[in-house]
Design a protein around this ligand. Structure first.
Ligand code: ASP
Length: 332
């Protein structure tokens, strides 16, 4: 037996799992899931179709990054940027109006390997808040920058082509203006339809998890209100030992119960599966958590769950999973 064959035999004896990793096994090499907000199902077929198309495009973008050995952080940022640029979601262009008739945007991103994270709250001039959140993570010793400070940080980052500045009316759409008017005149204005916040979770081929969330918040929200999306542990969380999670729904509920961290903690300390952890959290009556969650475990298992009538969502993995679903449409 040559020395080379002997070495191969010895290596396989020490690392049998790697030796058995052939294509076609159930091992998930990469996985990505996206949400486009929890709430009521889109009423018009045109909206349903447009959102489905955009989610499919975003999913494709995420898969391309991961398939080419890109990082889960890159996949999350790319997917969310694409959805922020679309007027069909409540993030970036198309964000809701606050009670003052302006837009204040929140976003966060987290790396499950290093536990590094970055977030921005109440930004008014940043086209892609998710990229600013990533910049906070990479280029500062802080985690969360808010309002004028965050906008100033963006202005100081002009050398970064991913940080583009816009005027506040860039985010405005007629659709959201009508929703503001409806919310102002409605007794239910605290609970109007949510739909539209975006989030992404991913597992890459290097075994690293990442999560991110971006939103304009709640329609008709008070000036200065910050929701769960930029709060690490509430709207976003990632830990390579457990899972990556992104939330959508009534932000105050998710902050109160530190929902994203709770999902991870249940897996870590109670050894719950991702599915059980998410179901338990969303099923709790007191305090209630109204909305939905997407998560991916360290093994690549994807869970997308909600207790609202609908949640726009999409998922794909290296084993061939491909799901895009925004819920039923009722034409007016
Ligand atoms: N969670 C977001 C917030 O409260 C809203 C949403 O998910 O639609 O700001």
């Amino acid at each position: 037996m040559s020395i080379r064959i002997l070495l191969v035999v010895l290596f396989c004896a020490v690392k049998p799992c790697d030796a058995q990793l052939e294509p076609g096994t159930d091992e998930i090499e990469y996985a990505v899931a996206i949400h486009g907000g929890a709430g009521s199902a889109p009423r018009a077929v045109e909206w349903k179709t447009a959102r489905e198309r955009l989610l499919a495009q975003a999913l494709q973008r995420g898969v391309e990054v991961l398939r080419k050995n890109g990082s889960s952080l890159d996949a999350v940022e790319e997917v969310i940027r694409l959805l922020e640029d679309s007027p069909r979601f409540n993030a970036g262009k198309g964000a809701v109006f606050n009670a003052d008739g302006n837009h204040e945007l929140d976003a966060s991103i987290m790396d499950g390997q290093s536990k590094k994270c970055g977030a921005v709250g109440g930004v008014k001039t940043v086209k892609n808040p998710i990229s600013l959140a990533r910049r906070v993570m990479n280029d500062t010793r802080h985690i969360l920058l808010v309002t004028d400070g965050a906008d100033r940080f963006a202005a100081d980052s002009s050398q970064d082509p991913r940080i583009e500045l816009v005027t506040n009316d860039y985010f405005s759409t007629e659709y959201q203006r009508q929703r503001l008017l409806k919310a102002r005149s409605s007794a239910r204005s605290r609970n109007v339809d949510l739909i539209g916040t975006v989030g992404c979770v991913a597992l890459d081929r290097h075994g690293n998890l990442a999560a991110g969330t971006s939103t304009g918040g709640l329609v008709n929200k008070k000036f200065g209100r910050v929701g769960d999306s930029p709060i690490i542990g509430a709207g976003t969380y990632a830990d390579n030992q457990t899972c990556a999670v992104s939330a959508t729904g009534i932000g105050e509920d998710f902050i109160r119960s530190a929902v994203a961290f709770d999902v991870s903690a249940r897996m870590k300390y109670q050894k719950q599966s991702l599915e059980d952890a998410i179901k338990t959290v969303l099923g709790q009556e007191t305090p209630p958590v109204r909305g939905g969650l997407i998560g991916v475990s360290a093994e690549g298992k994807i869970v997308m769950s909600f207790n609202t009538p609908a949640m726009a969502r999409a998922a794909a993995d290296s084993a061939g999973k491909w799901i895009v679903d925004v819920g039923p449409a009722e034409d007016d």
